[in-house]
Design a protein around this ligand. Structure first.
Ligand SMILES: Nc1nc2c(ncn2[C@@H]2O[C@H](COP(=O)(O)OP(=O)(O)OP(=O)(O)O)[C@@H](O)[C@H]2O)c(=O)[nH]1
Ligand SMILES: [Mg+2]
Length: 212
């Protein structure tokens, strides 16, 4: 199913709907929505089908979030209060049996990944600012025991909203090698990671100064 959905996502990506026919606008919107749903929800969930559901309880201070969570869990896991705000840092509540999924030990690095190469081009100055920037990432090469990851750092805000339009501040690429720290040898990529990378693969990085 994962392979079929990755193919569906690829097919949607290739379908550009260039002809101005009646109803084409809705089709274009639906196409983007389907790609987003597949990339953001369906494929990540399928890649880690056993992962517990993570629910975020959000809302303004004093809305009663802590009170509600305590009621649902049936015990006091987070302190409610009359002072605003009461909960001053995010509280993660999980079943002790799911500690492996949520615990402190969980890190990409513990699964063994080494940076073998990194290349970056700084293209425009990025000064301190409050609005967030966009960092787009995609896979450019998928090998037997590693992959290349590309990054593009962009403004992300249209000029109409006070942004600088499509300014690209930097482009970069990293070669990552899957590594087994116990045996000190490279390890082979499993099908799950391969499928996830394929779902996020794209064009080579358009570096201006390519090494000779
Ligand atoms: N009357 C009434 N009071 C409530 C209800 N739920 C919560 N409260 C009270 O509202 C106050 C704020 O509740 P909290 O659960 O601390 O609110 P919170 O959303 O966690 O707030 P922050 O942690 O500041 O973001 C407390 O004094 C609660 O006792 C409710 O359903 N009815
Ligand atoms: Mg609270």
């Amino acid at each position: 199913m994962l392979t079929a959905l990755v193919r569906l996502r690829d097919a949607l990506q290739r379908t550009t709907l260039p002809l101005e026919l009646p109803g084409v606008d809705e089709c274009r919107v639906a196409r983007v929505e389907m790609i987003d749903q597949l990339e953001d929800y369906v494929l990540p969930r399928l890649v880690q089908i056993d992962a517990p559901l993570l629910t975020v309880v959000g809302g303004s201070t004093g809305a009663g979030k802590s009170t509600l969570v305590n009621s649902l869990v049936g015990t006091r896991v987070t302190a409610p209060g009359v002072l605003r705000p009461t909960t001053r840092s995010p509280v993660l509540v999980h079943n002790p049996a799911d500690a492996d999924w949520f615990g402190q030990d969980r890190s990409v690095l513990s699964e063994g990944i080494l940076v073998a190469r990194h290349e970056i081009e700084y293209l425009a100055p990025l000064l301190f600012r409050v609005p967030p920037i966009v960092v787009e990432m995609w896979a450019t090469k998928i090998g037997g025991a590693g992959f290349d990851l590309a990054y593009e750092v962009r403004d992300g805000r249209p000029s109409a909203e006070g942004g600088e339009g499509d300014v690209v501040y930097a482009r970069a690429e990293t070669t990552l090698v899957l590594y087994d720290f116990v045996t000190s040898t490279p390890r082979r990529m499993d099908d799950t990671l391969r499928a996830m990378l394929r779902a996020h693969s794209g064009e080579p990085v358009p570096f201006r100064w390519r090494r000779r």
